[in-house]
Design a protein around this ligand. Structure first.
Ligand code: ARG
Length: 459
């Protein structure tokens, strides 16, 4: 029996039941649905819209159902379509007429909006937790590598030396923004839609504020049409998820590159690597590649949902049921990716000596050489030209700038003096870049301290 069967003369075709039923994925919101229904029923009782003892019977039966679902005793039915009607049907089976009063002043349209918001609050909280753990790990590794020099790149060509700590803290910043975005997004999730009914509110004297407080929402929605047709908060969260994946993916790409024989900046732990079925020597960074690859499906889910919502007239349309799988899949994927990435990064072995060697070659100190001449009085453009010619000379000779003798240097500019060797040393190149936000040990130590204070304040 369908809860909405009265107006129909024929049974729904089995094909349609199968097609439009969402129970095989939205069952995941059963806890939220039951919590929402308990709050709604209790409010109906308090407002004398239904008898108080019936409200209590509804609540205790729902609580009982929750325990039975938790322990796997309940079989959901495709005919009952979705989680909302499955639970209501079960309730009515158990307590008859009292159960039939639960849906007073409510529609599945505001109910599904409520459940989804509750689910999203929980999931974004979980994402914040997981990102916090990753951030903590990054701070730890950065703290141990304030002095570890490595080449910084642009165009994947050696550019200027930085430190591993500085590089890791760049990712710390990305995930920090991700966390801040999620927090901000929560402001728009955390709003209670019940009382919006199907689209036009309801004539019952519901206490919307009481329900919001009972369920821990910060506020109530302000327009019933918008409340039942708004999925912005999911799209926003999926966009946050996409950005998190983009950051993880860039990080993974670097770890994959760094673990090649050409770089040898890192070695992945055996426990986070895989082998080849044919090539005995192989140790592949599959985990990093898979995180990078899963970015595609998370972007895809965002595009899918944006496209579903495009052109939908107000208010609720069944199209919107398509939001769930995209939402579940993205959240599941991102949570798993952050967790496995944190495990992977915390076990990576950094090859500090090789990183340092990398920073010493490839003319990463050429800008410093130009700056040296500027400090001796040459205009920057002229200094750039001199060092450019010097680099060309070195390339032809197969040397680095620090391999040149003072007289070789002086052939290009008489401004070079003995102090040039110190000025172009790796230590000077990194530690003279000491403005806030720069790679100097002092500046990065400060960034780490500040980062730790921020992270602690987040929880
Ligand atoms: N399963 C539906 C969904 O996820 C619930 C709302 C259905 N409302 C309706 N009028 N058909 O969107």
């Amino acid at each position: 029996m369908k809860l909405w069967g009265g107006r129909f003369e024929k049974k729904t075709s089995a094909q349609v039941d199968d097609f439009h039923s969402s129970i095989h994925f939205d069952y995941r919101m059963y806890r939220h649905d039951i919590r929402g229904s308990i709050a709604h029923a209790r409010m109906l009782g308090r407002q004398n819209i239904i008898p108080a003892e019936q409200a209590e019977l509804i609540c205790s039966t729902l609580q009982q159902l929750l325990e039975e679902i938790d322990s796997g005793q309940i079989q959901f039915s495709v005919e009952a379509e979705d989680i909302h009607m499955n639970i209501e049907t079960l309730l009515i089976e158990r307590i008859g007429d009292a159960g039939k009063k639960l849906h007073t002043g409510r529609s599945r349209n505001d109910q599904v909006a409520l459940d989804t918001r509750m689910y999203m609050m929980e999931e974004t909280e979980c994402l914040l937790q997981l990102l916090g753990e990753l951030e903590d790990e990054l701070l730890k590794i950065a703290g141990q590598n304030i002095e570890t020099c490595m080449p910084g790149y642009t165009h994947l060509q050696k550019a200027q030396p930085v430190t591993l700590a500085h590089h890791l803290m760049a990712y710390f910043e990305m995930f920090r923004r991700d966390m801040e975005r999620l927090k901000d997004c929560q402001k728009r999730i955390n709003i209670m839609p019940l009382g919006s009914g199907a689209l036009a509110g309801t004539t019952y004297d519901l206490d919307r504020h009481w329900v919001a407080k009972e369920l821990g929402f910060a506020d109530i929605t302000r327009n019933s049409l918008d409340a039942v047709s708004d999925r912005d908060f999911i799209i926003e969260a999926l966009s946050c998820c996409s950005m998190i994946m983009m950051h993880l993916s860039r990080f993974c790409e670097e770890l994959i590159l760094w673990s090649t024989d050409e770089f040898r900046f890192i070695e992945m732990d055996d426990s986070y690597s895989t082998g080849s079925s044919i090539m005995p020597q192989k140790k592949n960074p599959d985990v990093a590649e898979l995180v990078r690859g899963k970015t595609g499906r998370v972007y895809g889910n965002l595009m899918a949902l944006l496209t579903v919502m495009k052109g939908l007239p107000l208010a609720y349309n069944k199209d919107m049921q398509e939001d769930k799988e995209a939402m579940f899949d993205s959240l599941d994927t991102v949570k798993k990716c952050i967790q496995v990435f944190t495990g992977m990064i915390s076990t990576v072995k950094f090859n500090q000596a090789q990183m340092e060697r990398g920073a010493l070659s490839g003319f990463a100190n050429a800008t410093d050489a130009a700056d040296y001449l500027v400090k001796k009085g040459l205009p920057f453009r002229s200094a750039h030209e001199v060092i450019g010619r010097l680099v060309l000379h070195c390339i032809k000779e197969g040397k680095g700038l620090l391999d040149l003798t003072l007289s070789e240097l002086r052939e290009l500019s008489p401004l070079f003096e003995d102090d040039v060797y110190d000025a172009l040393s790796l230590n000077a190149c990194v530690n003279e870049r000491k403005l806030p936000g720069g790679p100097a040990a002092k500046a990065v130590a400060q960034a780490i301290d500040e980062g730790r204070v921020w992270l602690e304040a987040m929880f």
